[in-house]
Design a protein around this ligand. Structure first.
Ligand code: HEC
Length: 189
């Protein structure tokens, strides 16, 4: 009898621990989504006002300087590592690592099966060298405004400035609705 009771207690403990861990991950994912939204809104605001003020050529610097600055300030604020990545990066320092490449390929497969890109996200606890990290990625769809610098029909002046700043640029030829890349977040656990 005692054995049965203790095994019930042990499994209840096990289930509640697993439940708490699962809840912790869900909470981390929720917080990550909020931060991504903040990142996106800040960047879109900056981008739109720069384009309005001086066209896309004027906005290149927003992407070049402001995007990493926003990422850095949000990273500092939350104590996480926050950035943007893509299978076809413009800036080689945004190139994905092995885990990010796998997730980006998976996003493409999910899109090919008809899933909506807008809310597409993935999170996972990744262990490396005995350290656990909570990792989160959120797909970034290509909108109309993005085509000015990531599409197939880029203004030659804009193209020239992009070429000059990013000689290894792979981030052109996108169509409306394509997955341009993803926000990526690493949280130490
Ligand atoms: C004015 C030109 C311009 C516009 C418009 C623009 N981008 Fe970019 N984008 C850039 C530049 C420049 C970089 C490289 C930034 C860097 O050095 O980190 C970049 C980088 C990125 C990256 C990081 C990965 C990479 O390729 O290096 C993503 C993701 C991205 N852009 C998405 C978008 C989306 C989505 C839109 C539309 C909402 C958009 N961009 C509109 C110029 C632009």
């Amino acid at each position: 009898m005692l054995k049965i009771i203790s095994s019930i207690i042990i499994s209840a403990l096990f289930i509640s621990t697993a439940y708490a861990a699962d809840n912790d991950l869900k909470q981390r994912a929720q917080e990550s989504k909020k931060v991504v939204k903040e990142f996106m809104q800040q960047l879109k605001g900056e981008l739109q006002s720069a384009i309005k003020a001086g066209g896309p050529i004027n906005a290149i610097d927003v992407c070049k300087i402001k995007a990493p600055a926003i990422a850095e300030s949000l990273s500092g604020k939350h104590g996480w590592d926050i950035g943007r990545t893509s299978l076809k990066p413009r800036n080689p320092s945004n190139a994905p690592d092995t885990w990010e490449t796998k997730v980006l390929n998976d996003f493409e497969a999910r899109k090919a099966k008809g899933e909506d890109v807008m809310p597409m996200a993935h999170y996972e606890v990744v262990e490396s060298n005995g350290e656990k990290t909570f990792r989160f990625m959120k797909a970034i769809p290509t909108g109309e405004v993005c085509l000015k610098c990531h599409g197939s029909d880029i203004d030659p002046k804009v193209k020239a400035k992009l070429q000059e700043a990013y000689p290894e640029d792979k981030a052109t030829g996108y169509k409306l609705g394509d997955i341009r890349g993803a926000f990526t977040i690493s949280q130490p656990m």
